[in-house]
Design a protein. Structure first.
Lengths: 197, 252, 343
């Protein structure tokens, strides 16, 4: 092994990539397609941009999220209490195929990211997408895919533990079917972040 | 010894342990060093003097593992200041870095087989290295004899000379070996005279029995027996003092 | 937590020839002149940080003499001990900071009163905390140091191995990383377990925040007492005693034997006597049990001081001797920004 600077090339047209930010999402100036940087290589990546549905005066940023599409299969679960309350409140079960949302920008503090991740994952929102980062900046993506998968699994466990009833036993499979990148609009004030959807 | 030179200006490049980048001190050009083929030679300086090694031995003989007359009667019969050679292999095994050390010389010295390089300021060993009067023990095991049995790919490998005091002492008519690491002062021994715990247990058992009987009889028969507790404390103190006291030069 | 001063590697941009700077550990490298993006491959991917020595020789020696007065050390040690050498050193430590997240569920068993059965209380917990792992990166030899705790005010500076006596790294980086991340996961589960007696489900994740090689300063003071060589190691920033060896006090050894032996006997006898005085069989049994525990505790404490009190071992020293002081643990928890849940 040696110390080598390997120029990164666009995964679609092979033109050299340029960037001003240390962003895992690299957009080719030549053909406009996006490459994802991971393990020293670039690979093609799909992403979508969500249209803001809330208007604010604050500065608009598009925050990258990993959307981890997963099939959650629970083979066996035992819960003590909370059964009635689960039935009455119509508590949603986090089962089957669903999207887990994992905020992938280091710039967003954990206290915001963990709330957003859970809310988005529970609500499985529907979006209108737009073709470009309109009126706002693109936030730098720092998280890799593997970290996002582990975070998604922890969100599932967090949900199982947080809903009424005490979890006694759990045996499950967490099968990741696909991952993609989604930019969600957020408004940033001095020390506050708010999702724009 | 492998010498590296700056590819730009040709000046000698000092390569530090564990580094892959060396910056030329003349022209400032950074170079990458391929460490796989070369063997690097390092030496760890002595930070323990000969006098200090003797004092470490004396401290050890006064410690709780040695017979109590050992400090006064044990005699150092030989003390050799040496540099002992050890191979250090840094390799990638299943994608992970592993570091292994192996002795580069056949030896029966205590502690040299489960070798770990002691903490020290590793410096490059070359003809200018000062050994401070220590004898350099040269390797008699070829590096190849280890490479065959090691897993993975080489990152780098080095021969480290590390400082030891080889000490022989006589106690109770028998001669024993010891190695004191010349960098941190760590003592390695295989066998050594042991202190018996019997007299310690006996003294405490006696005090215990006096305290027990004194209290029980004091409650059951007459409080006069409580005096036995005080007797226990005094007897215990006197006997314990005898057990602890060193024949001479003790610190009582 | 953010005192991670970063070391910069300078390279030449293969595209425009400008200087490219990369923080050690980063694999994505940018050229600020031509905006080119590179992938950097090297096996030196670790940040090196060092902390500046804050403690002067005078301060170290003052604290050292204070330490000589503490505990059952040889009489007049602080007057008779002679410092033969005092020098600062830097020791390398692997330091892994990251978030440990765990989900644990199980049962707490509460012993029921006489006729009632035991109560089984179900619990579930989520742990989400930041943990700091540190482990010495070389064999500490006889220095008795295993881990470090970096004080809040400590100032990190760029690593420069020209200026200091630095002890070489001899432990593998990957071994340290694996050990650190596994310990953090185990700790997250242990923190979640809390009052559970049975664990039915547990799963932990580790999310790395920083992994670095930290060079931390220490003072080594070597001293002699009655021609024997002893030493002490002091923290180079807080000046606290980390580890050391010191001669014991024979007077205190024999006192421990006398008092410990007699008292433990007396305590056991007293418990037995009061048990019989109360009469009930149960009371006798319970008081006898308490008496035995108390007596064994006293004997154990006193015997250690008596048998091994010839030498005092401070901190994480190995070997025989009377062990004193705190051993710095490898794993610490940063309680800021924890998101735990216990049910």
């Amino acid at each position: 092994m040696s110390i080598v600077l390997q120029p990164l090339k666009c995964s679609s047209c092979a033109a050299p990539l340029k960037s001003k930010e240390r962003d895992r999402m690299l957009i080719c100036e030549h053909c406009g397609s996006t490459s994802l940087f991971a393990d020293g290589k670039t690979s093609p990546v799909e992403f979508a941009i969500v249209k803001p549905t809330v208007e604010e005066k604050d500065s608009l940023w598009y925050v990258p999220f990993w959307v981890v599409n997963t099939d959650v299969i629970v083979h066996h679960e035992r819960i003590s209490g909370g059964g009635i309350s689960r039935a009455v409140t119509g508590q949603k079960q986090m089962r089957g195929v669903r999207d887990f949302y994992i905020c992938a920008a280091d710039e967003i503090p954990e206290e915001y990211a963990r709330v957003w991740n859970m809310e988005l994952t529970i609500n499985q929102p529907e979006f209108t997408t737009i073709p470009e980062f309109k009126n706002g900046g693109r936030m730098v993506m720092t998280m890799d895919k593997e970290t996002a998968k582990n975070n998604a699994e922890f969100i599932f466990l967090r949900y199982e533990a947080e809903i009424p009833g005490t979890l006694l036993e759990l045996d499950y499979d967490f099968i990741v079917k696909s991952t993609k990148v989604l930019y969600l609009p957020a408004y940033k004030t001095t020390n506050n972040y708010q999702l724009g959807i | 010894m492998v010498n590296f030179t700056c590819p730009k200006c040709g000046a000698a490049l000092p390569v530090k342990p564990g580094t892959q980048l060396a910056v030329c001190s003349y022209c400032g050009t950074p170079s990458y060093i391929d460490r796989r083929e070369a063997i690097f030679f390092y030496i760890l300086p002595f930070s323990i003097t000969e006098e200090a090694a003797r004092a470490i031995f004396k401290r050890w003989t006064a410690g709780p593992s040695c017979p109590k007359d050992m400090e006064a009667t044990a005699e150092i019969t030989a003390l050799k200041k040496e540099y002992f050679p050890v191979f250090r292999f840094r390799r990638t095994v299943n994608g992970k870095e592993k570091i292994t050390s192996k002795p580069a010389r056949g030896t029966l010295l205590p502690g040299m087989h489960t070798i770990d390089i002691p903490p020290g300021d590793m410096i490059i060993f070359d003809s200018n290295s000062k050994t401070g009067g220590a004898e350099i023990l040269h390797p008699d095991i070829a590096i190849d004899s280890y490479i065959g049995e090691l897993e993975g790919e080489t990152i780098d490998q080095s021969l480290v000379y590390f400082p030891i005091y080889e000490l022989k002492y006589r106690y109770g008519g028998t001669e024993y070996d010891m190695v004191i690491d010349g960098s941190s002062g760590k003592i390695s021994i295989t066998n050594s005279p042991k202190r018996s715990s019997v007299s310690y247990v006996a003294v405490m058992a006696l005090a215990f029995v006096l305290g027990f009987i004194g209290t029980l009889l004091g409650f059951l028969i007459t409080p006069v027996f409580f005096l036995l507790i005080i007797a226990g404390i005094f007897a215990g103190k006197i006997l314990a003092h005898k057990v602890v006291k060193k024949p001479e030069g003790g610190n009582a | 937590m953010s005192q991670t001063s970063k070391i910069i590697v300078s390279l030449t941009c293969p595209n425009c020839g400008g200087q490219v700077h990369s923080e050690e550990g980063e694999t994505l490298v940018l050229c600020k002149y031509c905006n080119s993006v590179f992938s950097l491959t090297t096996d030196e991917g670790i940040r090196k940080i060092m902390y500046r020595l804050d403690v002067t020789r005078k301060k170290a020696e003052t604290n050292f003499y204070e330490w000589l007065k503490e505990g059952p050390k040889a009489k007049d040690l602080e007057k008779k001990a002679q410092i033969s050498e005092a020098y600062p050193i830097y020791l390398p430590f692997w330091r892994l900071v990251g978030r440990g997240k765990a989900c644990v569920c199980g049962i707490e068993i509460q012993k029921g009163d006489k006729d009632e059965p035991d109560r089984r209380i179900p619990h579930e917990s989520l742990v989400n905390r930041e943990y700091i792992y540190s482990d010495i990166a070389c064999d500490p030899g006889d220095l008795g140091i295993a881990a470090i705790r970096i004080p809040e005010h400590a100032e990190a500076v760029e690593f420069d191995d020209e200026s200091i006596v630095t002890f070489g790294v001899t432990e593998s980086r990957d071994d340290a990383y694996t050990e650190g991340s596994e310990q953090i996961k185990r700790q997250a589960i242990a923190d979640g377990k809390r009052s559970m007696d049975e664990v039915h489900f547990s799963k932990a994740f580790f999310f790395e925040k920083a992994f670095s090689l930290v060079y931390y300063p220490f003072w080594i003071i070597r001293y002699t007492f009655e021609d024997r060589a002893y030493f002490a190691v002091l923290d180079g920033i807080t000046s606290q005693i980390i580890s050391g060896r010191a001669p014991g006090n024979a007077g205190s050894q024999s006192t421990a034997a006398a008092l410990g032996g007699t008292l433990s006997g007396a305590v056991l006898a007293a418990f037995i006597f009061f048990g019989f005085a109360l009469g009930a069989l149960e009371a006798i049994a319970i008081l006898f049990a308490f008496g035995l525990i108390a007596a064994a505790g006293i004997i154990g404490f006193a015997y250690k001081r008596f048998r091994y009190g010839d030498e005092i071992l401070e901190g994480a020293m190995k070997g025989k001797g009377l062990k004193r002081g705190k051993k710095q643990q490898c794993l610490e928890t940063n309680y800021e920004n924890t998101y735990d849940m216990f049910n």
